[in-house]
Ligand binder design. Structure first.
Ligand SMILES: *Cc1c(COP(=O)(O)O)cnc(C)c1O
Length: 379
């Protein structure tokens, strides 16, 4: 899909006009105490309605084509609050088999304690989701492109299935960012982000966000008032600053990742490259249909006789890093990091081998990123 990228919303949407001095940027309002308005409309940080929180809410809502949005203190705060807002004891939820390791852990560690049943699909097809739906299912949860294999789920199809069955559909849109994918336009009910990743983009912000129609977002907000997990006003300011260049950054991430993915397929020591922008990706056509760009994340399997750890040590510029989506290129071995909490069997079932590396392609000159990889292969 193509559309005109909304650089203008990134820069201007939601900004607080500085009435006092006419400054060019949003002032930071640090107050935790505001005048009492009425019982419903108290202004307070944990109520998700301080001026700087509202900047993020408006900007993200504009980018996701949403009625409403909320900033959180982490992606996991956004994910857990959203899930618990729509699930209670006796309910069931269907998760896509491949989701962020922390989300997987949340479900496995916590849900049974609260009497919430769950299933993981065995694949990414609509039928895999449909076959897991039970009488007490309330929510379907997907993540696409997925971490770390960049699998693509049919967003429109899953959203339609959820609608037919009267379920709430949720998506973790972190890897795509709203610049590359706007799931609400495809019929999804609730979009979730780890803003620690592309929305922040400079490896210096921990934040999360939720977007959707006002009724659903309000439900998440009321749960959030009980759970806490609101984002501080300082961090909102920093996130606003980051989001001004979101579209610009994502366009460059897309360009660099496409270039690196194509070049990696030509390297003999690489067994397989996972990137939705490659024609060889099994869901390339679907990705083209539901995304505006393919993103900055890719993974690849090293040849069996290369040690993944020593390969990473040979890299000079690309640092090994737990996180992703920064302006700098980083690399990790998912089997030791994001998916270390899964058993070997669970990882194998997902196709995450010990020789899989996930590359977060940054904004350096793309030739420099490639050169660093090539010199490491040569060694
Ligand atoms: C990092 C990440 C999360 C969790 O976000 P935090 O900000 O670390 O809590 C959730 N989903 C995806 C896809 C992520 O990459």
């Amino acid at each position: 899909m193509t559309r005109k990228t909304n650089h203008t919303a990134c820069i201007h949407e939601g900004q607080i006009q500085d009435q006092q001095f006419g400054g060019a940027i949003s002032p930071i309002y640090l107050a935790t105490s505001y005048p009492f308005m009425d019982v419903e409309e108290k202004r307070y940080p944990r109520y998700f309605n301080t001026p700087n929180q509202q900047v993020i809410a408006k900007k993200l809502a504009a980018l996701e084509n949403a009625e409403a949005a909320l900033p959180f203190s982490s992606g996991m705060a956004a994910i857990s609050t959203s899930l618990f807002a729509f699930l209670e004891s006796g309910d069931h939820v269907v998760f896509q088999n491949e989701i962020y390791g922390g989300s997987h852990h949340l479900v496995q560690e916590e849900f049974s304690k609260y009497g919430i049943a769950y299933s993981f699909t065995k694949g990414m097809e609509i039928s895999d989701f449909e076959s897991e739906i039970r009488e007490n299912t309330k929510v379907i949860y997907m993540e696409t492109p997925s971490n770390p294999l960049l699998n693509i789920t049919d967003v429109r199809g899953v959203a339609k299935l959820a609608k037919e069955k009267g379920l709430i559909s949720m998506i973790d849109n972190t890897f795509a960012s709203p610049i590359n994918q706007t799931p609400l336009d495809l019929g999804v009910n609730l979009v979730i982000h780890s803003a620690t990743k592309y929305l922040g983009g400079h490896s210096d912000i921990s934040a999360g966000a939720v977007a959707g129609n006002k009724e659903l977002v309000d439900r998440v907000m009321y749960k959030g008032r009980n759970f806490g997990g609101n984002l501080s006003d300082f961090m909102c300011f920093l996130l606003e600053r980051s989001m001004k260049t979101l579209a610009l950054r994502i366009e460059k991430h897309n360009e660099n990742a496409q270039f690196i993915a194509e070049k990696l397929t030509e390297i003999a020591l690489v067994k397989k490259v996972y990137y939705p922008g490659l024609k060889s990706h099994n869901k390339h056509e679907l990705a083209r249909e539901q995304m505006y760009g393919f993103g900055g994340m890719l993974s690849f399997d090293l040849a069996d006789d290369i040690d993944a750890k020593s390969f990473q040590h040979k890299l000079k510029m690309i640092k090994s890093s737990m996180s992703l989506a920064g302006i700098e290129s980083t690399i990790i071995q998912p089997s030791l990091t994001s998916h270390a909490l899964l058993s070997y069997e669970e990882r194998m079932k997902l196709g995450i081998s010990d020789n899989l590396l996930r590359l977060s392609v940054g904004l350096e000159n793309k030739e420099d990123i490639l050169d660093d990889l090539i010199q490491a292969f040569e060694k």
